[in-house]
Design a protein around this ligand. Sequence first.
Ligand code: MEV
Length: 290
Amino acid sequence: MVICSAPGKIFLFGEHAVVYGEPAIACAIELRTSVRVREGKKSKIASPYVAGAVKKISELVELERVNIDIHSDIPTGSGLGSSAAVTIATLFALNIEFDVGLSKEEIAHLGHEVERDVQGAASLTDTFVSTMGGVIFLPSCKRLNSLNCGVVIGNTGLSSSTKEIVDQVAKLKDRHSDIIQPLFHIIGELAKKGEYLVEKGDYKNIGELMNVNQGLLESLGVGSSELAKQIYAARKAGAFGAKITGAGGGGCMVALVDVDDMEEVASAIESVGGRAIYTKVTETGVTHDG
Ligand code: MEV
């Protein structure tokens, strides 16, 4: 029996544009998904991500009887990378239990293939960050300095399908390519400037550019009134910056916050109907826990 766990993530900059090759910055967070794999009575697998991970490994070694249990702190369909975390934790656990011999890089890439098979289009972001942990600049996968500040997430409780929202943005881009491509490009420029600011630990300016990124996400049509209320409430309560994280539509917003202001920002989010989650960026990616 093997137990492994992998973290969820937030985007500081770049969701959606990263699908079209633009730079992005994403960070692993302390919420995790844990997967237990045993050789034994074959379990019924409901998650297409877990089924996809099992299929990938069964193409490499014989997997006759495998039993899988999942426990997660990461709300599903919320933009916090729950599907990548379950995919990566499953691949890592199968890799150990069945002695497959894959490296972490290979696991991140296999996980990306699983996400692409299930979702249609997917960037490497979620699976790479979940595997390696830390603050990662995409597409080069460069590791940046960690964030030494608070992260408050606001969950709308409305789950959204990444596949549907990514498709919706693709259609908007097809209809108005001359307008939407430059927006993707500016989002990429925000991530590039963000790289420099993260390395300096300049949270005030990171926050200001997160707010700019939010305006562009609204332009792509992935905002919602629930998300907007929480974003404005968090900014008013003193957050450095606040924006959607992940695909949008429903799901979550994220605020970067001075540790002393975390409670105030969390209660502002709750006062407009959000569920606040306190977390931090973590350097720990996928781990073998038992
Ligand atoms: C989803 O967490 C982020 C998107 O950019 C899709 C992806 O990168 O695969 C919307």
